[in-house]
Design a protein around this ligand. Structure first.
Ligand SMILES: Cc1ncc(C[n+]2csc(CCOP(=O)(O)OP(=O)(O)O)c2C)c(N)n1
Ligand SMILES: [Mg+2]
Length: 333
């Protein structure tokens, strides 16, 4: 497939969104290295931006996504406001979840980002539940769940795939195979070469795609989404990509071969789309620089907003975390 088959305007938008995700996370790296600016774990998707953007661009606003611990890119691609996302990551009261999630458990209901779960393999069963609700209500929306190569080995993921095809639920399973699960390489934890091949075992379509080529990800996603939307049931995409940083910012990747990092850095999805647009004359260097500056300004504004926002008050700690006046009688009704 030639990336020229994807509309030029759309490619430019996808470029801007990938740059936003990259710069947003680079700002988190910067802040996490300054004293008291950003506390806690930071799990970033540097190098994996094309998966988030390519998949989400094939969706409609009402479609639902379920994400995992590496969620910032998915949420930004789905349209989360960088200001409120940054504030949440900083644990501030103005964040998408009033500072009660921090980076790891964010939900952005306004853009149908139902939840992120850091329980590895926890997302797929929940996505099946969301897709069941969509089918039950007679909607044409679908649910997409992002999970990693490590998660692909969890029993919950296999149960979710089986049930979703049994009930022909509109779920798109997206395995972001970034070659690592923590400090374990793919060959140390995965018994098959291609995770996409497992789809056969559940009778659903499954395809492998170059996850660092946003046009290819988008094109495959569009095809798979159409099947899910048309009542054909679930599908699996394995997007082969690479985690360019450690598992989290605390992890300095001492176990990673530097040559492997260099090779994948040549395949950077942002560089690839950039070169491809330049070679086709779709954009000029000057236009790309303008995009970069505009995105940086948005990210700086988000960081300023987050930094200047207050922390939630201690007395608010128990608000929004439990249904008020919940009784077992309500369950019975
Ligand atoms: C059930 C469960 N087991 C273990 C962990 C610890 N853990 C967090 S992330 C991770 C690696 C997951 O790898 P993968 O699914 O490939 O996602 P990636 O981090 O590469 O995006 C592990 C083992 C966890 N959070 N939940
Ligand atoms: Mg992984």
């Amino acid at each position: 497939m030639d990336s020229r088959e994807v509309d030029a305007g759309l490619r430019k938008t996808m470029y801007e969104e990938m740059v936003l995700i990259r710069k947003f996370e680079e700002k988190l790296i910067e802040l996490s290295q300054e004293k008291d600016k950003l506390v806690g774990m930071q799990i970033l998707a540097n190098g994996q931006e094309a998966v988030a953007v390519g998949i989400v661009k094939a969706l409609k606003p009402d479609d639902v996504i379920v994400s995992n611990h590496r969620s910032h890119g998915h949420l930004l691609a789905k349209g989360a406001n960088p200001k409120y996302l940054m504030a949440e990551i900083m644990g501030k009261a103005t964040g998408v979840n009033k500072g009660k999630s921090g980076t790891l458990h964010m939900a952005v209901p306004e853009v149908n980002a139902l939840m992120t779960t850091t329980i590895v393999g926890g997302g797929p069963p929940l996505a099946v539940g969301a897709a069941f609700a969509q089918q039950y209500r007679g909607e044409s929306n679908i649910t997409v769940v992002f999970f990693g190569d490590g998660a692909a080995a969890e029993g919950s993921v296999h149960e979710a795939m089986n049930l979703s095809n049994l009930w022909k639920l509109p779920v798109l399973f997206v395995c972001e195979n970034n070659c690592w699960a923590g400090a374990q390489s793919l060959s140390e934890h995965c018994a098959v070469g291609d995770i996409a091949a497992r789809a056969v075992g559940y009778g659903m379509p499954g395809e492998l795609v170059d996850g660092n080529d946003v046009a290819k990800v988008y094109t495959l996603a569009k095809k798979m989404v159409m099947g899910c939307r048309n009542g054909q049931g679930p599908a699996l995409i394995e997007a082969k990509t690479y985690r360019m940083r450690g598992h989290g910012e605390h992890d300095h990747q001492h176990y990673v071969d530097k040559k492997e990092l260099e090779e994948w850095s040549r395949l950077c999805p942002i560089k690839r789309l950039r070169n491809n647009m330049l070679s086709e004359g779709l954009v000029s260097e000057a236009q790309l620089q303008t995009i970069g500056r505009q995105v940086e300004a948005r990210v700086d504004e988000a960081a300023k907003f987050g930094t200047e926002s207050p922390y939630p008050l201690p007395e608010e700690a128990l608000e929004d975390v439990w249904v008020e006046d919940f009784t077992m009688q309500q369950v019975a009704q």
